[in-house]
Design a protein around this ligand. Structure first.
Ligand code: 13P
Length: 250
């Protein structure tokens, strides 16, 4: 089964509104002809509406880096999926390790957010991945399995079409240390089997699993050559037009 590659840029807390708009205007010109992969940029919530505007009628979609589990209420500082859907956003990244580390995202919360994102008609990228010490203790599979089980609690087979999984080993994020393509693929194939066990063989064949962690123009080809790697969630290298363009075109 062929899965359409999905390349996403996670801009984290970088770029002002103007920088974001200038960036996507340049990017759009460079990627106009690309039709065989899904392209996504994930700016800050502040820049989202302007970026959506700048990318209207293009082949580049817009994602956000988080969204709340409720659609409105007294939640100071938060933003909800229906507001983002209304602004023209397509995807929400959920459970990024930085949010797990600094913003109290637990599997339980990510699960609640995921349900609300899907209810709101948006798609989700659900991030999982082990820390260095977990890997060194041989706990990678156990950690990833716990995360997948927690995040997917109560998620039905029919919901899977709106979900992409991102495997991001925490030790490879922003460190320049990429997992080797084989190391990454091993975990991707483990996650795919897990989805097969939880759902069925067709679901496991269909679901797309992105790799994230020091993806660069120099390593994207080898990563994408792996059987179970269907895309990339790119941090640092997505902040420059040239490097992100090269990664999308791998
Ligand atoms: P880097 O590409 O900077 O390692 O970040 C990866 C990441 O966290 C993407 O979500």
């Amino acid at each position: 089964m062929s899965r359409k590659p999905i390349i996403a840029g996670n801009w984290k807390m970088y770029k002002t509104v103007k920088e974001s708009v200038d960036f996507v205007k340049q990017l759009e010109g460079k990627l106009k002809d690309v039709t065989d992969r899904e392209i996504l940029v994930c700016p800050t919530a502040l820049a989202a509406a302007s970026v959506v505007d700048a990318l209207r009628f293009t082949n580049i979609q817009v994602g956000l880096q988080d969204a709340h589990w409720e659609n409105e209420g007294a939640y100071t500082g938060n933003i909800s999926p229906i507001m983002l859907k209304d602004a023209g956003v397509h995807y929400i990244i959920l459970g990024h390790s930085e949010r797990r580390q600094y913003d109290n995202d637990t599997d339980h919360r990510i699960n609640a957010k995921l349900k609300n994102v899907l209810r709101s008609g948006l798609k989700a990228i659900v991030c999982v991945g082990e820390t260095l010490s977990e890997r060194e203790k041989g706990q990678t599979e156990k950690v990833v399995e716990t995360q997948v089980n927690g995040c997917f609690e109560g998620i039905g087979l029919g919901d899977l079409a709106g979900i992409v999984i991102a495997y991001e080993p925490v030790w490879a994020i922003g460190t320049g240390k990429t997992a080797t393509p084989e190391q990454a693929n091993e975990v991707h194939s483990f996650i795919r089997k897990l989805i097969g066990k939880k759902y069925n063989a067709e679901a496991s064949e269909k679901i797309r699993i992105q790799y994230g962690g020091s993806v660069k123009p120099e390593n994207i080809k080898q990563l994408m050559a792996q059987l179970d790697i269907d895309g990339a969630l790119v941090g640092g290298a997505s902040l420059k037009v040239d490097s992100f363009t090269a990664i999308v075109r791998f």
